[in-house]
Design a protein around this ligand. Structure first.
Ligand code: GLU
Length: 289
């Protein structure tokens, strides 16, 4: 039997909170219960937000919780070449195009479209890409990129879905609506997602599927806030010829007002709770384990 491999993959752009504790504890315990491995990965592709102090704090908090992970820790910022190779492969399939609209341009285009009726939003609530950059002649695209204009590289999702065909995944946890079992992916709900930008030459979606494959992750255990992103991940895995892990999306920890926890709220940060005298056993109780 294949040895299961689990990972906890935080972004070192703030301190861990109770939601992260639940995710990390579940991953580590599932690995232990199934004779599996437990890996830690720093998702630090955004140099403007990620800091080594946060990375050190994350390791310290996980250690305090009693978790042990394999070394070395994979740092995404050290593997940009692997993500560039994946992008090149998608580009060679003719599925990537550069778009040049600023956030303001996108907001204006959406407002224009909305004079005709509601414009679709993605599962995170952002409007689907409303632009026309896909139709730009290749020479103009190359000229604007060479001239240093900011751009985003996008996946042509409908063409990609045609290449990939219907996609499914095994959900061992549950989606926000209780979805579980063998589920159908629906990448179209995201529109033409951004795969890379001029300033950050990859994206969460590209890096996560490349790394899950490179690290041999067999079961992705993460919060339900990433349930819908799985549709894009399955699409990228199919296009890149990567194996299909199983997924287990877990409940989110919410604050008293019912909101998802944020790294900027001090009250639920593990280090604030620790400073206030909480023990690792208290944290387990607070996250309902
Ligand atoms: N880095 C992501 C986050 O901190 C998690 C990625 C994942 O588990 O797929 O929300």
């Amino acid at each position: 039997m294949v040895q299961p491999v689990f990972r906890f993959a935080p972004s070192p752009n703030g301190f861990l909170h109770l939601g992260h504790a639940l995710s990390a504890l579940l991953n580590c315990e599932l690995a232990a219960a199934n004779g599996g491995r437990f890996l830690l990965r720093m998702e630090d592709i955004d140099p403007t937000r990620c800091r080594s102090e946060y990375e050190a704090a994350i390791c310290e908090d996980l250690d305090w919780l009693g978790l042990a992970w394999e070394q070395p820790v994979r740092r995404q910022s050290e593997h940009l070449d692997a993500y560039a190779a994946a992008l090149a492969r998608l580009d060679a399939l003719g599925l990537v195009y550069a778009s040049f609209e600023s956030r303001g341009d996108v907001a204006r285009l959406v407002a224009e479209r909305e004079t005709q009726g509601p414009w679709p939003r993605d599962p995170d609530g952002a409007p689907l890409y409303p632009g026309h950059s896909q139709a730009l002649p290749a020479a103009e695209r190359a000229r604007r990129m060479a001239a240093g204009e900011p751009y985003a590289l996008r996946l042509d999702v409908s063409a990609a879905m045609e290449v990939a065909g219907p996609l499914m995944w095994d959900e061992h946890g549950a989606g926000p609506g209780g979805e579980s079992g063998r589920l159908a992916a629906d990448p179209a709900q995201w529109g033409d997602v951004v795969l890379a930008r001029k300033d950050i030459p990859t994206s969460y979606h590209v890096s996560v599927v490349v790394d899950d494959a490179l690290q041999g992750i067999t079961e992705v255990v993460r919060g339900q806030d990433l349930f819908a992103a799985t549709s894009i991940h399955r699409l990228l895995q199919a296009l890149l010829g990567l194996p299909e892990p199983a997924y287990r999306h877990h409940r989110l920890i919410r604050d008293d007002a019912g909101r998802k926890l944020s790294k900027s709220t001090r009250a639920t940060a593990l280090r604030s709770l620790r400073a206030a005298g909480a023990t690792p056993a208290d944290i387990r109780r607070l996250v309902g384990l």
